[in-house]
Ligand binder design. Structure first.
Ligand code: SF4
Ligand code: SF4
Length: 94
C-alpha cells in the first residue's frame, strides 16, 4: 500500500476560509477527556493536545470529513456543521 504524507495530502486541496468557524471545540470538556481520539483520527492534524489537558483546534484547513464528530465520545465537545456556501475545502483533480 502506498503511504501518503500529510504534506502530499495538503497539496491536493485548497481552502476558501470563512471567518465563521464551522467547527467549534469546547476545550473545557476536552480537559476531562482521557481518550482524545480526535487527535489521532483527524486526517488534517487539526487537533493538538495542550499541556493543560485541553485541545488546540484550528478549523481553517478542515477536510469536512466528519470523522472527529463521530469519534468524539463527549457530548457537546464538538459543534460541527459544514462551512457556509462557497467556503471550505475544494479537492483538486490530479
Ligand atoms: S475526543 Fe472530543 S472530548 Fe476528547 S479531546 Fe477530542 S474533541 Fe475533546
Ligand atoms: S471534519 Fe475531518 S478534517 Fe475536519 S477537523 Fe474533523 S476530522 Fe479533521
Amino acid at each position: 500500500m502506498v503511504k501518503t504524507t500529510h504534506e502530499e495530502k495538503m497539496l491536493t486541496v485548497r481552502f476558501r476560509v470563512d471567518e465563521h468557524a464551522h467547527i467549534v471545540v469546547n476545550t473545557d470538556i476536552c480537559r476531562e477527556c482521557s481518550v482524545q481520539s480526535c487527535v489521532y483520527v483527524c486526517p488534517a492534524n487539526l487537533f493538538v493536545p495542550l499541556d493543560d489537558g485541553g485541545i488546540l483546534f484550528n478549523y481553517e484547513q478542515c477536510f469536512e470529513c466528519g470523522t472527529c464528530y463521530i469519534a468524539c465520545n463527549r457530548e457537546g465537545a464538538i459543534r460541527w456543521t459544514y462551512p457556509r456556501g462557497g467556503f471550505g475545502v475544494t479537492f483538486r483533480e490530479s
